[in-house]
Design a protein around this ligand. Structure first.
Ligand code: SF4
Ligand code: SF4
Length: 116
């Protein structure tokens, strides 16, 4: 995980001028058997979402299953609320891991340096 997001507990970070944000793969919510997934039918479709609004979007279940069959799967959605302990959170990084760690280190030094 990106250092700055890990230390600050925020959901997104722009400390070094780019954007890194926490995301979650809804497929992991199903895999973990999370009891906080809700669903409802509307018209001919079924939609699901997170009862705790860790992610805010409601997703078409049919489309989700179709994409999950393909390479890359459905993918991730933005985290908009505080995750629960069992939520499998990832960070969508603006840079690759090494560049991100370097930028985080510089941003943390800047953040914690005494003001002149
Ligand atoms: S509580 Fe966490 S694991 Fe459960 S549905 Fe919400 S985001 Fe997914
Ligand atoms: S690279 Fe680090 S400091 Fe820069 S936006 Fe991402 S998490 Fe924040």
């Amino acid at each position: 995980m990106s250092l700055f997001l890990e230390l600050s507990g925020e959901l997104e970070c722009t400390a070094c001028g780019v954007l890194c944000e926490k995301v979650i793969y809804p497929a992991n919510c199903f895999d973990s058997g999370c009891k906080y997934i809700y669903s409802y039918d509307e018209g001919n479709s079924t939609y699901f979402g997170c009862l705790y609004k860790v992610f805010g979007v409601e997703i078409d279940l049919g489309g989700f299953h179709e994409l999950e069959k393909r390479k890359g799967g459905f993918g991730a959605v933005k985290v908009v609320g505080p995750p629960l302990d069992h939520c499998s959170i990832n960070v969508e990084r603006a840079y690759n891991r090494e560049q991100c760690e370097e930028s985080c280190r510089r941003a943390l030094i800047e953040h914690f340096s005494p003001r002149r």
